[in-house]
Write a protein that binds this ligand. Structure first.
Ligand code: CA
Length: 233
């Protein structure tokens, strides 16, 4: 699934927003199908399976979060949620329901295309038999095989939890992860009620890998939602 020619399902009830997305994506070689309601979205998913879904959360016949849950019952297609500013709880609920990312309205064409590229890359990587063995961001390098992290060639000593955290973000480079997702992956499903674990260990990890921990450039905060590892795209 390479970007040009990929089929995108646009689920959005506002005609002007659909027009904007259609114009932006078709001029970049994407093909699109459009749904103006939750019911139409679910129907189109089966008749014209897309390579990626752009999903508005406020739909006339239901909630986009429920659409994401429905789709996740049988499909791993990348889902990017389109959400209004200030609806952080909705974004978190959508991500926890299985959406891959979100865009806050209004957004620009370049932002949309960049998020779509990240989601497509992850879908490709997930389908590939061999996982990436290393990750490089600026002068930071993570070698998954040797479980070694270096910065400017110097070994960075991480605790097991810090390594698990960094490796988790590296596997999801460019993607936002919610506090709940981080807790579940690093500490296990029993720890969902301890969000302070994440804050404390993220602070320690940033001290070791960020040039200026108070202004992180690698592990950035997504206010009200979670964290994202910048992947330079
Ligand atoms: Ca709407």
């Amino acid at each position: 699934m390479s970007a040009p020619g990929a089929l995108v399902l646009v689920v959005e009830d506002e005609p002007q927003m659909r027009r904007f997305i259609r114009a932006s994506l078709t001029s970049h070689g994407y093909r699109i199908v459009e749904a103006a309601s939750a019911a139409e979205a679910v129907a189109l998913m089966t008749t014209q399976p897309p390579d990626l879904v752009l999903l508005d959360l406020g739909l006339p016949d239901g909630d986009g979060i429920d659409v994401a849950k429905r789709l996740r019952e049988w499909s791993r297609v990348p889902i990017i949620v389109l959400s209004a500013r200030g609806r952080e709880d909705d974004k978190v609920a959508a991500l926890d329901a299985g959406a891959d990312d979100y865009l806050t309205k209004p957004f620009g064409v370049n932002e949309l295309l960049a998020r779509m590229r990240v989601a497509e890359r992850h879908a490709e990587a997930a389908a590939s038999p061999t996982a990436a063995q290393a990750l490089k961001i600026g002068d930071l390098e993570l070698d998954f095989v040797r479980r070694e992290v270096t910065r400017g060639g110097e070994v960075v000593h991480l605790t097991p939890i810090e390594y698990k955290l960094l490796a988790l973000f590296a596997r999801h480079a460019g993607r936002v992860l919610t506090h709940r997702q981080i807790l579940k992956e690093v500490w296990g499903p029993m720890c969902a009620s301890h969000p302070h674990y994440v804050r404390v260990h993220m602070a320690e990890l940033r001290k070791k890998i960020e040039a200026t921990p108070s202004r992180p450039r690698i592990l950035v905060t997504e206010p009200g939602v979670g964290y994202r590892l910048r992947d330079g795209s």
